[in-house]
Structures are given as structure tokens and as C-alpha cells.
Write a protein that binds this ligand. Sequence first.
Ligand code: CP
Length: 316
Amino acid sequence: MSDLQLSPQGRLRHLLTLEGLGRAHIERLLDRADELRTRFRGGARALDLLEGRTIVNLFFESSTRTRTSFELAARRLGALVVNFDIASSSTTKGETLEDTLATLEAMDSDAFVVRHKENGTPARLALHARRASVLNAGDGNHAHPTQGLLDLLTIRDHKPRIEGLTVAICGDIRHSRVARSDVHGLAAMGAKEIRLCGPAALLPEADSFPGCTLVDDLDAAIEDVDVIIMLRIQKERIDGLPGFDGAEYFQRYGLHRARLARARSDAIVMHPGPMNRGIEIASDLADGPQSVVLEQVANGIFVRMAVLLELLHKQA
Ligand code: CP
């Protein structure tokens, strides 16, 4: 997929995955996001770097954070944003996604932000695009690259360096695209150890996460970690959850105050959202002093601005 998403000069042509993206490239994107954040927190309201460009949000799955922050990011850069309404579109009459993309591209769209339940849909559309860029906003359990980048930026805000950190990612790893993109990003940035924790049925095949430690005991998984990333159960990707008991799950796999004490005292608690309070995370921790959940949300705008600039701004 690296061949598809990078130009021969090594610039992003599409953003489909963090897998294969080098550390220097990731750092460049994070630095750019950091610069943009400084400008906007210093009083900038909007830039015109993408004036005249058109960005289409194509969300075939629901979203609060990703869709809104892509829209805000594009608008802050001066681009025109179209929120394509799938339910009232001709896809309901049988038009293929490829024909939908070609139709919108013929209207001079410059980029498509795509979320879809099927793994590989953004890559499939990227192969079909003539000129426009495709940004993966989450496909199945495959990848969510801008979530991975915003998580790295948030960790970098709190830790002197990502290199050498121990990170626990806990919950429904098997069905999580966030876990995959976080692992690719953290590994590229030199994290020392990545522990993946969840009930055996929600852990992935070991060979699908090379270099990670798989654990089914949350207390062991968070012992002395620097960063804890909690994930929700992806009910929409599981065929029913027979016998699932939220209270029982919380007892074994929920993060609460007593458990958090096992991590380093300066550990940060992350969650990509949406959160299920009282199931994977106690409400007081979600809102507590070690939680950086809303910082993740805020950073999402600047990371997406950085990515859009690399893809669409000629001088960037
Ligand atoms: N983290 C994330 O992808 O959230 P949304 O589903 O709300 O976009």
C-alpha cells in the first residue's frame, strides 16, 4: 500500500495507512500539526492555503469526531467542504462507489475522505481516482491513520519522547482499526514495548501484530506503563455478543482508579472515542486528571490540517 499512497518523491499522494510510513515522515506531519496548533491558539482564525480546493466527506459509517474534525480542518485551510449524503444519493439506486467517485471527481473534487465498514475500500477508490487524493477515515478493522497520528501527537505533548515508552492498548483489539494504526505509528516512532490486552476472544492472531505482547490480564498489562489506550467493544463488527455482561466486563477489563495505580504515576489515559463509560473505562477516570481524551479530539483538527496540506498544497 506504500506504493499507492506515496509519490516517487516520497510525498503523500493518498493517506491509507500508517504501515510503512517512516519515522521522519510521521515526525514531519506531527511538527506541521504542532505549528498549525500554535498559529491557531495564537489567534489565527483561518488560512487560505487550500482556497479553491474541494474536499468531499464520504462517510458510509457513522462518525462524530473524524467527520467533524476533517470538516473543520478543511474549512480552516480555506477549502470548500461537501458532506456527501449517502442516504439520499444514487448509491441507493445501485451506483457503484467507483462511479460515485468518478462522478464527484468530474465536478472538480480534489480529495475524498472515506469511511467504510469494508477493509480496503479507501485503497480501492484510490486506485480508481484519476487526480484526487483519498484519505482513509477508517476502514473496517484495517486502519484509521489520522487517529494514529493524533494519538502520537497527544503522547508527544505529554512525554519527552515516544522512543522507549511502554504502551498498553486494551479492549477489543481484534476488531479495532485504531489499534492497528496506533501500533504502526508507535513502532515507527520507537516505542519500547506495546502490550495488547483483552479477553482471549477479542485478541488478534499473534502474527497480525508482530513485535507486540498479547496479554489477557489487564492488571498485568498496565503494570508500569507510560500510556494506556482504552478501546470500546466494536459491537457493529461482531455478530451479536451472546452473554455479554457490561458489569462483568468492567470488572475484568475496565480501567478504574485502583487499576490505574499499577501504571506509572505520570501515565496518561487515552481513548479514541466513542467511550462506553462504566464498561471499558470508569467515568471518573475518563474525566480525571490523567485523561487526555479531549486533547486527542482537539489535536485531531491540527493533524488533519497537516495531512490535507501535504496532500493538496503545492508549496507545503
Ligand atoms: N475516533 C473516532 O474515529 O471517532 P468517530 O467514530 O466519532 O469518528
